[in-house]
Write a protein that binds this ligand. Structure first.
Ligand SMILES: Cc1ncc(COP(=O)(O)O)c(C=O)c1O
Length: 493
């Protein structure tokens, strides 16, 4: 049947398929890689949603379209998408473009396999183990386990589940009925995924006890002690502490040694959410910020953030050597993980995770590491710290800028104080007026397409900008641009 019917589109026409893909690659190279990383091009092309819907022609129809139309769709998708590889994209904790990591992503996408069995991912099963081993060694572990997860939030969630299972293995079968009321501890500066994870796992957000942080955003170990006693007095059973290395907004590093002491004393699982700050372990100069991390039971680390490996690349690392991951999550599906295979079935790592199909996330990091070497990646981290310092020093020289605090990482948090508010700090409506500045400037920069930088209120602090220095292509000129542009955009306020 199929042979007698003309095939639609490119199905069964490898020559046309190749020509089409060559065209797509050309567009990607021109529009994303060349223009998207060019500071004189826009970082974004803002459109109102209704207009954007029209421009994209989003509707899916019964008839297929011509190759030329498809290529035009590709161009439009790129044109109206935000260029996160642009040197003026400071909006997120990820940015920039590493060509080797991108090559890894392209190869991964093209091979389109799943990480679960050696049978269909022989290269990636071995590679994932090697990459995880390298990351574990940087944490300070000569053995252990781990897995690449779809993002830091999920890595954190795995840690909660593993800690719970280790203490109450029964809960895998009996669920919440097997559990007393549990309590976990994290600082008020933690990433929101800890609460989400607690909700998703049936622990409930009430089980998350928020420990106080000091004025720099670091967890206060004495308050952790206090919260643990309080939870016990209320009849809850503490089981985990999640410390953060590199908090999302302020970039603070919790004091891991002191927190590990508390965990050791109470027999609690120590998880370190180093999704943002983990890459600092590569730097001999700055890795002291994570001193004590080797005492953790689990670590979440996102190379897609500071190392620019590309979304997604998030490792959950474990000190455990007792196959906890597999015992906690395995379900021995006989159609996939046959035990009588002709090779070592320990290589079928897919039963360690709750997913079935799992993306390959190791190649982008592996290829980038091969090209850069640990040395090159270390330089990248050190350069980010140095540029953040440069920005801080420049910012202090200008009248209209005020630091929220001296940063210890590459999050530079500051207020732009417009001309009308300068010298008015004591006035009653100062905070309220200041909080309106960042949203106005954000709108202006996005409509102009000149740069993107995030802002937020934080506790009692009114809206301030969080500048993230992560893109390895950034130079001092980009820092100067940022300050000049804010002054320009806010001169009439
Ligand atoms: C400290 C911290 N942990 C976890 C996450 C979540 O990572 P992901 O976005 O990969 O889920 C973030 C994201 O910014 C983060 O800053």
């Amino acid at each position: 049947m199929a042979d007698s019917q003309p095939l639609l589109s490119l199905d069964g026409d490898p020559v046309a398929a190749e020509a089409f893909l060559q065209d797509v690659f050309r567009i990607v190279v021109d529009e994303v890689i060349r223009k998207g990383t060019n500071a004189s091009e826009k970082v974004c092309e803002w459109k109102e949603p209704e207009e954007l819907k029209q421009l994209l022609d989003l509707e899916l129809r019964h008839e297929g379209e011509s190759q030329e139309q498809i290529l035009e769709h590709c161009r439009a998708v790129i044109r109206y998408s935000v260029k996160t590889c642009h040197p003026r994209f400071f909006n997120q904790l990820f940015s920039g473009l590493d060509p080797h990591a991108l090559a890894g992503r392209i190869v991964t996408e093209s091979l389109n396999t799943s990480q679960y069995t050696y049978e269909i991912a022989p290269v990636f099963v071995l590679m994932e183990e090697e990459v995880l081993k390298k990351l574990r060694a940087l944490v300070g572990w000569s053995s252990g386990d781990g897995v690449f997860c779809p993002g830091g939030s999920i890595s954190n969630m795995y840690a909660l589940n593993l800690a719970r299972y280790q203490r109450y293995p029964d809960c895998k079968q009996r669920g919440l009925r097997a559990l007393p009321p549990l309590a976990l501890f994290t600082s008020k500066e933690c990433h929101y995924s800890i609460k989400k994870g607690a909700a998703f796992l049936g622990l409930g957000t009430d089980s998350v006890r928020m420990v106080k942080a000091d004025e720099r955003g670091k967890m206060i170990p004495e308050d952790l002690e206090r919260q643990i006693s309080l939870a016990k007095a209320e009849g809850a059973v503490p089981f985990l502490v999640s410390a953060t290395s590199g908090t999302t907004v302020l970039g603070a590093f919790d004091p891991l040694e002191a927190i590990a002491d508390v965990c050791q004393h109470h027999g609690l699982w120590l998880h370190v959410d180093a999704a943002w700050g983990g890459s600092v372990l590569l730097s001999q100069t700055h890795r002291h910020l994570l001193a004590g991390i080797q005492r953790a039971d689990s670590v979440a680390w996102n190379p897609h953030k500071l190392l620019s490996a590309g979304l997604q690349c998030s490792a959950l690392l474990l000190r455990d050597t007792s196959n906890l991951l597999k015992r906690c999550h395995g379900s021995q599906a006989s159609y996939l993980f046959q035990q009588d295979k002709f090779y070592d079935v320990a290589l079928d790592t897919g039963d360690k995770v709750v997913q079935c199909g799992r993306r390959v996330d190791c190649l982008k990091l592996w290829l980038m590491w091969k090209a850069q070497g640990g040395q090159g990646l270390e330089r990248r981290v050190d350069q980010a710290f140095a540029l953040a310092r440069y920005l801080v020093e420049e910012l202090k020289k200008r009248e209209g800028f005020e630091l929220v605090m001296e940063p210890e990482f590459v999050n530079v948090c500051f207020w732009f104080v417009p001309p009308s508010l300068r010298g008015k700090k004591g006035s009653p409506d100062y905070s309220e007026r200041l909080s309106k500045v960042a949203p106005i400037l954000k709108e202006r920069m996005v409509r102009k397409g000149s740069m993107m930088i995030g802002y937020q209120p934080h506790g009692p602090l009114s809206n301030f900008f969080r500048m993230v220095v992560a893109n390895p292509a950034l130079t001092r000129a980009d820092m100067d641009f940022l300050l000049n542009e804010l002054e320009w955009l806010g001169q009439d306020l």
